[in-house]
Ligand binder design. Sequence first.
Ligand SMILES: Nc1ncnc2c1ncn2[C@@H]1O[C@H](COP(=O)(O)OP(=O)(O)OP(=O)(O)O)[C@@H](O)[C@H]1O
Ligand SMILES: [Mg+2]
Length: 506
Amino acid sequence: MKQYAVAMSGIEKYFGPVHAVSNASFNLISGEIHSLIGENGAGKSTMMKLLYGMYPIDDGSISIDGETMGPLTPKIAIEHGIGMVHQEFMLVNELTVMENIILGFEPRKGPLIDFVKAREKIREYIEKYNMDVQINKRINQISVGESQRVEIIKILSRGANTIILDEPTGVLTPQEARKLFEILRNLKAAGKSIIFISHKLNEVMDISDRITVMRHSNVIETVNKQDTNARELSKMMVGREVFLNIKRTQAKIGDPVLTVDNLWTSGEKELSKIRGISFNVRAGEIVGVAGVDGNGQSEMVEAITGLREVERGAITLAGVNITNRSTRFIRKAGLTHIPEDRNTRGLNRMASVADNLVVNRIYNKPFSKFGFIIDRKAINSYSEELIQKYDVRPPKAEMLTTHFSGGNAQKVVVAREVAESTKLLIASQPSRGIDVGAIESIRTILQEVKSRGIGVLLVSVELEEVLSLSDRIVVLSEGNIVGILPVEEANEENLGMMMLSGGGAS
Ligand SMILES: Nc1ncnc2c1ncn2[C@@H]1O[C@H](COP(=O)(O)OP(=O)(O)OP(=O)(O)O)[C@@H](O)[C@H]1O
Ligand SMILES: [Mg+2]
């Protein structure tokens, strides 16, 4: 019999009335890379949190390296070699890489922390797995990709043999994702076992040995990579064929709703300072912004939405000067925004779906009478309509958003921002973390938005997404616009070349 690094069988988990995991079994062979895929809310994160001991199982059994486990806690799981990198990182921003890694597990020399030994150990991992990490930098000085590598080292230094990564590439650029894959392959070569959760089927087909599909809290099937393909996987996930290449519709193009004129703004990094860009978005069109992540996309969006100071230049929204105005003023002038980081900016996680959906309009009709008598019935029926349309699961308007799966929380933000959009909608990485079925529906919805005569500014690191949705494409490189072209003239090759051309050209 094969030795399983992990064997979970007959697992049950309820959260109150929600049946999150139902009679699910999952085996991890020692030394394999095993992907776990499935729709938003299918139960992937929960299944892995059960293995990591974050919640108790309601029924079933878990064994690690052949040993049947009693009730698990993270401490016990770690002692048995399980490590997990969560969807949201758990590093302390103000501490250095090294301090974060040894936090709570300091190697001691008498009463003192043995920094020399700690440093040596970390260097060993960096070298062995080829991880490009600067150990003396603070977390807030390094990129997301590097933070993720720090999380991996942290887990390794606690003795992990089985490494769980929950949607690690959702926050990575394609370049960083490739780097991560190289590390995963090195870990595998060193005998580690890896569980990889992802919605990106091309990645899954690239990295996995085996793939397990979950749907509606059940494990549907485990297959060998060689015996399947991306199309079949997406069908297993959502139970039907998915067509991501939706037909681009043509809407009536109107006047500019957004005009950015010679915009200058500061940047998180040298590369991301915006250096005098000009472009517009007209009513009824989708303008896509293509660029390698970190070339000013976030800074540009922050300047337009009132979150970053404009140093020079002017921004006009449907005839109103919004340069350096408050986010509130700008929103009132007609701008809505699906932010790239939904957890810090998009949602109040401790409020219900309904409250999140009406938060900006709760004192307006029809949600309030006379501006202060709140009409719960109106709020609920409005929420239920949006929950239906966006397929938010479970369809419970009163549930706190913190209890929703990552992708379903994202749908709540999209629903609110689309419903409230009047002049311009900025969609930053709108399909980050959502399953293929939901990506298809969000793409269709963005087309509907433009046919309502609204302008859409789409920022995405997925070139494929930019190409399939945009009418025009703005290419950003090192904070400069290096080209604006109609979609008919754009393809992955010429966009890729322009993206890497540097800012000097403009
Ligand atoms: N702490 C919690 N309290 C209540 N319900 C929860 C909790 N955590 C998860 N759930 C519910 O359990 C179900 C499975 O969620 P889970 O996070 O495992 O999904 P997922 O497959 O990881 O989805 P995604 O791809 O969107 O991240 C969902 O219906 C979710 O709402
Ligand atoms: Mg999840």
